[in-house]
Design a protein around this ligand. Structure first.
Ligand code: NOJ
Length: 730
């Protein structure tokens, strides 16, 4: 009866004042939300809290049935097609057939490009060029919007220190600050200046939180994270990206020391909504609500739904648990109506901000005008150039000497296309990719004689191709061996127990070495590799990562010298798998790292530290200068260094500034990255790099409750091989 009266009232108001307030473009978003929520029935509200799928999910870990009939009032769809016409048909149904005409939010995993696939996130961070990452993400957003997507499940900002974990490829490495900076750059690229811009998509920070700590590098495992590490290591990227305006977050599969991330009121509500005042919404990961049963915190789906909802998960991805149970839970007074309203308001807020109520349909263009525009491919190529890391280069093997005539190109990655795409490239096509060999042909046309033999496969035991490879190599001046990982060895549920290349690939290099020719190793992979047996055999090693569509030409440019490599590692390469975890910002320990406490069989030093990367030129650092040796807590300190390009070619140098705090009430990491900057310097010229230290931002740390503490005492700035001391006083 009460509802009937309310409905009558609304109709009357509408009749007398024309269109309802929520449809008024000019009205403030909050008024539109309030007006709309007031008009909604409980059933309509609950539908908004659910996400179904449209199209078939081809992710083997997340198989879902294709729904034949969709309720017009559904909140969101994961859109597995790339067809704006189809999206518009479905959207039209929502706009015209649902009582209130609420648009559907179409989400999809646009991870490193929609169709113009660019390098994986781990590689992007090796560029130390967040502005370039933003530009590539804008391209991804535009291609996504033109395909009918409003919302991407990206960036992944899970700090990851176990390279066995398949998902290290999806994040920005081992360091919280790097994840924060590249996460923010990505959010900016997707969301543009404002969400309502025509080519903006909403970002989704994932997987909130602690997924990177998944035990033993296995997927879907428990994450035993102390409150101290949660605040110190895992939270900073999320805090930075929430502050940068990220519209949504996804709750993770893992538990955090026993409390699943998807039922964690502390992280979802206390921290995210109360402390940080995030006003967007949280979606559960695929099946994460139902999995609360498997995780041992809910006896059935109803209890799982109740726990997730009360903790602060507003949208149920695919489980249909909210749809099936929320009405009853409200009737039983286990869920207050006010929380339903608040959750619906959060989802509507994102839809209003995206402009979906006012422009619900996607523009329909021909595929050729939507994807792979020349300027988009050029941006992807630039990012590949800057992400490539030159790991080793003895005797100036690279760039190739002008006298070089014959190059043997060997290995399973040399002509491969599919694997260069990397994981999570669902709309990427192998036919769009330029292979390494094709890049070489273009770069060295009429300059070098190329010969090719595959030699062997990525794995298995078949050595029958070795003879041909040795014969081809024997005729050459230099051997380029192209090895790596299949793209299916990275991503979700794609962990490896060892990070070494399969034996067959290592054997191929050993066999080729017998020719006595210099060996240049090119690696394409989604995680750090165990290179201990290959490092001494190779004269030069290039980490190409998984570059996406533009791999061949940027790599060939590095080989020819047209491109001077400038990437530096965003993640440490352990010497062996047994050294895991090894990361540069380990906490200080009772006896000095690297001097005592070695393994019996190997040193504790990794092969290549975070930040390692070579160039074709030499950069000489002046003695760094501090503006003062002592500052007060409310003062700023400037530290400056002049870097001179003392080599013969121009190059880009990323300067990485670290801080260490040798004595604090809570033991601090050996050092922590606080700032970085990359600049191009011409041969013979110099550039000044400056770091403005803000004590509260750069010298403080959090305790286990997230409280920031700034303590007086000595600190050190680390830059290259210099270490400068200063004092902080009251
Ligand atoms: C599961 C993955 O963990 C997550 O990263 C992804 O966004 C969702 N599935 C949706 O595909």
């Amino acid at each position: 009866m009460k509802n009937l009266l309310l409905l009558l009232f609304i109709v009357l108001v509408q009749y007398s004042f024309g269109q309802p307030l929520y449809k008024d473009k000019k009205a403030p978003v909050e008024s539109r939300i309030n007006d709309l929520v007031k008009r909604m029935t409980l059933e309509e509200k609950i539908l908004q809290l659910n996400q179904y799928t449209l199209g078939i999910n081809r992710n083997v870990n997340n198989i879902g049935e294709e729904l034949k009939s969709l309720p017009a009032g559904i909140g969101s769809l994961i859109y597995f097609n790339a067809d704006p016409v189809k999206r518009n048909d479905v959207q039209r149904k929502a706009m015209e057939e649902s009582r209130l005409g609420i648009p559907i939010l179409f989400g999809f995993d646009v991870i490193h490009g929609f169709r113009t696939i660019y390098p994986i996130s781990l590689a992007q961070a090796c560029s130390w060029n967040p502005a370039l990452v933003t530009q590539n993400c804008s391209v991804a957003a535009k291609e996504a919007v033109l395909s009918g997507v409003d919302w991407t499940f990206s960036p992944m900002i899970d700090v990851a220190r176990d390279p066995r974990w398949g998902r290290v490829a999806e994040g920005y490495g081992e360091d919280p600050y790097t994840n924060a900076v590249f996460g923010v750059a990505t959010v900016k690229g997707y969301q543009g200046k404002k969400l309502s811009d025509p080519y903006s998509v909403a970002a989704c920070l994932k997987h909130y939180i602690g997924y990177g700590m998944s035990e033993g590098g296995r997927d879907y495992r428990s994450a035993d994270i102390s409150a101290q590490s949660l605040w110190e290591t895992y939270i900073p990227p999320y805090e930075a990206c929430v502050k940068a305006g990220a519209a949504t977050l996804m709750s993770a599969f893992n538990d955090i020391s026993g409390v699943p991330a998807t039922a964690n009121r502390y992280t979802l509500t206390e921290i995210l909504k109360k402390r940080w005042a995030h006003d967007g919404f949280v979606v559960s990961d695929w099946n994460a609500i139902e999995q609360l049963i498997a995780q041992g915190v809910a006896k059935d789906k109803k209890e799982a739904g109740l726990k997730a909802f009360l903790a602060g998960v507003e949208m149920d991805m695919k489980d249909n648990i909210y749809f099936e149970n929320l009405k009853q839970l409200v009737a039983e007074k286990k869920i207050p109506m006010s929380l339903v309203d608040e959750s619906v308001a959060r989802i509507l807020r994102v839809k209003f901000r995206l402009g979906l109520f006012d422009e619900p349909y996607a523009t329909v263009l021909d595929e050729k005008d939507r994807y792979l525009q020349p300027e988009s491919k050029a941006l992807a190529a630039r990012l590949t150039e800057e992400s490539i890391v030159l790991l080793k280069n003895t005797n100036k093997t690279l760039p190739f000497a002008a006298s070089l005539q014959k190059l043997a190109v060997i290995g399973p990655m040399a002509k491969d296309k599919e694997n260069l795409l990397g994981s999570w490239a669902q709309n990427g096509k192998a036919t769009d990719v330029e292979s390494i060999y094709e890049g070489l042909e273009k770069e060295f046309k009429n300059k070098l004689q190329l010969s090719y033999a595959k030699g062997g496969d990525f794995d298995g035991l078949d050595e029958s191709g070795f003879q041909e490879a040795i014969a081809v190599a024997g005729q050459s001046d230099v051997i380029l061996v192209c090895l790596g990982e299949k793209n299916s060895w990275s991503g979700e549920s794609a962990s490896r127990s060892t990070i070494a290349l399969p034996g067959i690939q290592e054997k191929l290099v050993v066999a080729l070495k017998k020719t006595g020719k210099p060996i240049v190793l090119v690696l394409s992979n989604g995680r750090p590799l165990e290179l201990v047996r290959l490092e001494s055999i190779a004269d030069a090693i290039i980490e190409l990562w998984q570059p996406g569509v533009a791999g061949g030409t940027p790599l060939a440019g590095v080989l020819s010298g047209r491109v001077n490599p400038s990437g530096k590692l965003s993640i440490t390469f352990p010497l062996t798998t047994g050294q895991i975890p090894t990361y540069y910002n380990m906490r200080q320990s009772s006896r000095p790292f690297g001097k005592m406490g070695d393994y019996q069989d190997i040193s504790t030093e990794p092969l290549y530290w975070f930040g390692h990367g070579l160039s074709y030129t030499t950069f000489t650092y002046s003695s760094a200068k501090l503006s003062s040796a002592r500052i007060k807590k409310n003062q700023q300190l400037t530290v400056e260094v002049t870097v001179t390009n003392t080599g013969a070619v121009k190059g880009k140098e990323a300067v990485l500034w670290y801080i260490s705090d040798p004595a604090a009430s809570i033991s601090r990491p050996m050092k922590e990255l606080k700032f970085f900057e990359k600049k191009e310097i011409n041969a013979g010229e110099k550039m000044v790099y400056r770091f403005e230290i803000d004590p509260m931002r750069d010298l403080s740390f959090t305790d286990a409750t997230g409280k920031r503490i700034l303590e007086t005492g000595d600190f050190f700035i680390h830059i290259n091989d210099q270490k400068l001391k200063f004092e902080l006083t009251d």
